[in-house]
Design a protein around this ligand. Sequence first.
Ligand code: F6R
Length: 226
Amino acid sequence: MSKRAANLVADRMSKKPSLVLGLATGSTPVGLYENLIALNKVGKIDFKQVRTFNLDEYCGLKKSDPQSYRYFMNEKLFNHINIDMDNTHLLSGVAKSIENECEDYEKAIAKAGGIDLQVLGIGSNGHIGFNEPDDVFHNRTRQVLLTPSTIRANKRFFEKEEDVPKTALSMGIGTIMSAREIILVAGADKREVMEKLKEEVVSPQVPASILHYHPNCTIFYVDETI
Ligand code: F6R
C-alpha cells in the first residue's frame, strides 16, 4: 500500500517538480514517507522545489514538542529528504490569533497555487484531517474540538489520555476538496469505517464520505494485516 501510494506521489513529482503536496500525520502514512525517503536517497525523486502543507496541528503544543505534528513531520520525513524547510508549512497550535493563523494558512495555500496532491489518512470515526463527525461539513481551516473517540485513538502517542490536546487547527473539508488530486491511505485497522464508505452515502457524520464527490481521488486500502 505504502509503496503504491509513494509511486503515485513520485510520478506526480516527476511531472511537476514544484508540486504542492498536502500531507497527513498519524501511523498510516509513515510507510509512505519511508518509501519517499528511499526514493529520494537513490535520486529518483527531488524535493528541492516541492512545497508542503500539512492538514492539521494540535493546539497548545510548540513545534519543539515531540507530540506536535511539526515535530512528527520533521522526524518522519522532512529531516531525511532534500526539501527546503522554508517550503514546509504547518499550522501553529500556539499562534496568538487563531483566526489570523487559519486565514493566513488558507492564503498561503492559495498563493502557492492551491494543493496539487493531498495525502489523507482516515480516523476510525471517518474524520479526515481533524474534521470530526458533525451535522454539517465545515468548509475552511479553523479550530476544532476533538471528539472523545479521536482523543482515545490518539492517546497512544501520549503518556496519558489527559495529555492529549482537546482542540486542534485543521484544514476544512472545502480546503481538502479544493486539492486537484487526493489519495487516502488506510490499513486493516480501518475496516469498519472503510466498509461504511463503500455504501456511498455522503454524510457529515462520516466526513471522508465527501470524497465520493471528488473528481480525482484514489484510495489505497489494505483490508488484511500482512
Ligand atoms: C493526521 C490526520 C488524521 C489521521 C487519522 C488516522 O494529520 O489528519 O486524520 O490521518 O486520524 O490516523 P492513523 O493513521 O494514526 O490511524
